[in-house]
Ligand binder design. Structure first.
Ligand code: GLA
Length: 729
């Protein structure tokens, strides 16, 4: 899949469907040449014409036409005459930041080597993937920079990351390090990003790339709900079903920066990596720094084609462990039912009723540990509250299981409250500057995970509760962002490393815990989808998508999230009405129809349901279980965008193609009761499908090219779920 063409001085990564090509120019510079649909050769038909241009600097004094200011580059550095965004800025002991990165050599490795201490896509068999490592050398500092590229046989994706080594005998300082940089040749792209907020995560925004630079970033200590480390470029006419897409996503959960920069003479530079605002790293002699990795996806089949690649790759080669391939349980979470006001009796009553309805897992959310009567206290002290649970949590867990449902539990391990034994005994374990009081958020402080002893404490305190209760599910929360970046543990010269060291500490904790408890299903959460990213999915195969459980908002959030992440990774719950966040009342059937398009759960006091609602829940859960293999493991296609109109729709197709599930939603009632027919995707046009509700038979071609109509009724917030089974000819 990887070859070097000596004549063209070009590297080709090619899996028969996509080609990625870059070359060596003047024996030392790496030139971006092509990324897209498979081509046999890339000999420069689209190469820009070079002129002697004003202000261009010429690294080769004999060649006034050659300038790094105009060359499409693979990994540009600073102070070398490319005045666009550099991917690499290194400070030498003399305080200067002048580099001369030159090509040295390459190696091709079978499979995909792991990234020590970091989440990453993996290959299970060596034949699945091939990796190219290209070595560059900084002639100024001697630093060795290795660019890694992996291509996969079965996924149309390239993984890129960078390693920097200091072989010298003086320290060097990394100031800016991008995991990837890519110069694409055209200017007429649209840029799609996913930005948002708490309660409105991952909203897609689309606009043409024009002049200047678009900067996406987080300096919050988490990938954040505000921005997503993801850049999607499309042709101007690309839609869900057709057109070209080039996408980059960062497998990292902390601060990041991504830029999309229009070149002065055409072309666009895309970069993604560490956020220089909160990143800096001292490379002591002999040390090596490994960047997290980016996944680059190309699709010629529209945004759904792109999502299909991300979904399969992340589901099969990023998520790990026993739960990667297992069907996920239907859960009931105590939070919206009880908030902090929980006790043994209430929990048991809820769990018993959950079992009767067919729910498989009861999750004890916040409020179970000593002194945790509200959000002002007790984070960090992970011992059960004897007042709320006089017989102990172990007994509650046993009784829950005896009632017929598994037992799961909530933690927010990275945090500590002032009012906690942990803070009182270890005031130096928090992130802060000694010069001023740290800023609070939700009354809590962030633990300094750059300290190994803090990480060990977290592993031990979570493990103790899991051992004691036999819990089979953990909700791992993170409810504030990081201010006051300062560590009592790190020396002055390494304070800028804290933000990344925090992530390395967290990844170590998660690695140890998931390793010690392979049977436990971990779900990530950060006030909803505040850290819903590819980095977390490596450790925890699902994430609570949003604290906003309103069905109308959820359509939008799940739609946007699905650009990158498969439905099986999205925790989505049916909650009570009026909704806690929006005050809106939507029908139970629609709340279900939205939540079933992710990992179904319930988050309400089911003790107070009417008999009618209880019967509906029972039916919903039975229906979900009958369909969940398709919903959780099938392919997902977005059909109608709820952010752009009154209707939303998507469909699932089971892995073997035998079942299709179509979800159609309408937000406001239409007085004219007009029908919306939506063309389905991913079906076999030659096949015939039977609609379960009435036995009607339709050809796959008709369903895909003419569409499937909804049933407009006189009501707001309606939904229609249609199941179609393929019939043998
Ligand atoms: C966050 C989570 C919620 C719940 C609360 C508990 O907001 O997103 O689901 O767990 O914390 O404090």
């Amino acid at each position: 899949m990887i070859r070097y063409e000596e004549q063209e001085k070009a590297f080709y990564l090619d899996n028969g469907r996509i080609t990625y090509c870059f070359g060596i120019v003047k024996g030392q510079y790496l030139e971006s040449r092509y990324f897209g649909r498979k081509i046999r050769r890339c000999r420069g038909s689209a190469r820009p014409w070079y002129f002697d241009r004003g202000f261009c600097s010429n690294p080769d004094p004999e060649d006034k036409i050659f300038s790094l200011d105009t060359l499409p580059q693979e990994y540009p550095c600073m102070n070398q005459g490319d005045f666009r965004q550099p991917a690499f800025v290194l400070q030498t002991p003399d305080g200067r930041r002048v580099s001369r990165l030159v090509y040295r050599d390459y190696t091709i490795l079978p499979g995909k080597p792991p990234l020590a201490g970091l989440p990453a896509v993996y290959a299970e068999q060596p034949g699945e993937a091939e990796t190219l490592a290209v070595r560059l050398e900084d002639r100024v500092s001697g630093a060795q920079v290795r660019l890694y590229y992996t291509i996969f046989r079965d996924y149309d994706a390239i993984c890129r990351h960078v390693e920097v080594e200091n072989p010298g005998n003086e320290s060097l300082w990394l100031e800016r390090l991008m995991a990837m940089s890519l110069d694409l040749p055209r200017r007429d792209y649209d840029l799609v990003t996913l930005s948002g907020s708490h309660l409105q995560e991952k909203m897609p925004h689309r606009r043409p790339v024009s002049s200047d630079t678009v900067l996406l970033e987080s300096s919050r200590g988490a990938s954040s709900p505000q921005q997503t480390p993801c850049v999607i470029l499309t042709d101007p006419n690309t839609d869900e079903a057709s057109g070209q897409v080039w996408a980059v996503n960062f497998i990292y959960s902390g601060d990041f920066q991504a830029t999309v920069q229009a070149g002065q003479y055409g072309g666009v530079r895309v970069q993604m990596g560490m956020n220089p605002l909160t990143f800096g790293w001292e490379l002591a002699p002999g040390q090596r720094f490994v960047s997290p990795e980016c996944v680059l996806v190309y699709s010629a089949e529209g945004l759904n084609g792109m999502s299909g690649v991300f979904h399969r790759l992340y589901r099969q080669r990023l998520c790990r462990g026993l739960w990667r391939d297992r069907l996920r349980p239907v859960l009931l979470n105590s939070w919206e039912a009880f908030l902090f006001s929980i006790d043994e009796e209430k929990c048991l009553a809820l769990a018993k009723q959950a079992a009767e309805l067919g729910i498989e897992l009861f999750v004890l959310d916040d409020g179970w540990f000593r002194n945790r009567i509200d959000d002002r206290r007790a984070l960090g002290d992970w011992t059960e509250d004897p007042d709320k649970f006089p017989h102990g949590l172990a007994r509650l867990a046993d009784q829950v299981r005896a009632a017929g449902v598994a037992f799961g539990i909530w933690f927010e391990p990275e945090m500590v409250s002032y009012d906690s034994d942990l803070y009182r005994s270890h005031p130096d374990w928090i992130i802060r500057s000694p010069a001023c009081d740290p800023i609070l958020s939700r009354y809590q402080l962030v633990l300094d995970l750059s300290r190994p002893e803090v990480c060990d404490y977290l592993v031990e305190s979570v493990a103790r509760v899991l051992r004691r209760t036999g819990a089979s599910y953990v909700k791992w929360d993170m409810n504030r962002h990081i201010t006051d970046l300062g560590s009592a543990w790190l020396p002055a010269g390494r304070q800028r490393e804290l933000s990344h060291r925090y992530m390395l500490g967290l990844y170590r904790v998660l690695d140890q815990l998931t390793g010690q408890f392979p049977e436990v299903l971990f779900e990530g959460c950060s006030s909803g989808g505040g850290r819903f990213d590819a980095g977390m999915l490596y450790y925890m195969p699902q994430t609570w998508a949003s604290d906003n459980t309103d069905a109308v908002c959820r359509m939008q959030i799940q739609y946007g999230t699905s650009l990158l992440f498969p439905p099986v990774t999205m925790g989505s719950h049916v909650s009570a009405v009026p909704n806690h966040q929006t005050g809106r009342t939507t029908p139970l059937s629609t709340r279900f129809a939205v939540a079933m398009a992710g990992n179904l759960g319930y988050e309400m006091d089911i003790r107070t349901l009417s008999e009618e609602d209880r019967a509906e829940l029972r039916q919903q859960i039975a229906r979900y279980k009958a369909l969940r293999q398709t919903l959780q493991q099938g392919s997902f296609y977005r059909l109608l965008d709820p952010c752009r109109g009154n209707d939303a729709a998507w469909n699932f197709v089971s892995q073997d193609g035998s079942q299709v599930i179509v979800c159609q939603y309408r937000v406001s009632a239409d007085p004219l009761r007009r029908t919306t027919a939506v063309p389905l995707q991913g079906l076999d046009p030659e096949a015939v499908y039977r609609r379960q509700s009435d036995g009607a038979l339709f050809g796959g071609d008709e369903l895909m090219y003419a569409g499937l109509s909804d049933h407009p009724v006189r009501q707001d917030f309606t939904s229609l779920v249609t199941v179609l089974d393929r019939v043998e000819a």
